[in-house]
Design a protein. Structure first.
Length: 141
């Protein structure tokens, strides 16, 4: 009588491993485009928030500058991250703070007779974020 010897080797076959790798590759191919869209939108939202911070800082600078008796009562505020100061020693870049050193940006705002910013533009990199007094819109330059 012959004895049947059972194989004690356990493991995955090459075909099973290839099938698993193919399934993982398909899932990764579906996931990568979705994630890049999220990353782009997150960067845009970060820039919108930075533009809003610049607007708030510009409004504070305008209020301070125009409250001084000897202040230049011009109707615009223009500044870049490389610009010096404005009258009164308060600049938008100073008020924006540390975040201003992380990006290159410029701003230009129009101020009404009550010293309230009515419209303006914040340029971050190659994108112009325009403020119409209520909403932001982004325009590639």
């Amino acid at each position: 009588m012959k004895k049947v010897i059972k194989s004690t080797k356990k493991g995955f076959t090459l075909v099973e491993l290839i099938v698993v790798l193919v399934v993982l590759a398909i899932l990764a191919a579906m996931l990568v485009p979705a994630l890049t869209g999220y990353i782009k939108r997150a960067r845009q939202e970060k820039d919108y928030q930075f533009a809003a911070t610049v607007l708030t800082a510009a409004q504070s600078a305008a209020t301070y500058q125009f409250s001084l008796a000897k202040a230049d009562r011009s109707t615009t505020i223009k500044e870049t991250t490389n610009a010096g100061g404005q009258s009164g020693g308060v600049t938008v870049a100073d008020l924006v703070g540390v975040a201003s050193t992380q990006k290159t940006w410029t701003c230009s705002f129009s101020v009404n007779s009550d010293y309230v910013i009515t419209k303006g533009t914040v340029t971050i990199g190659d994108v112009d974020y325009e403020w119409d007094g209520q909403n932001w819109t982004a325009k590639e330059s």
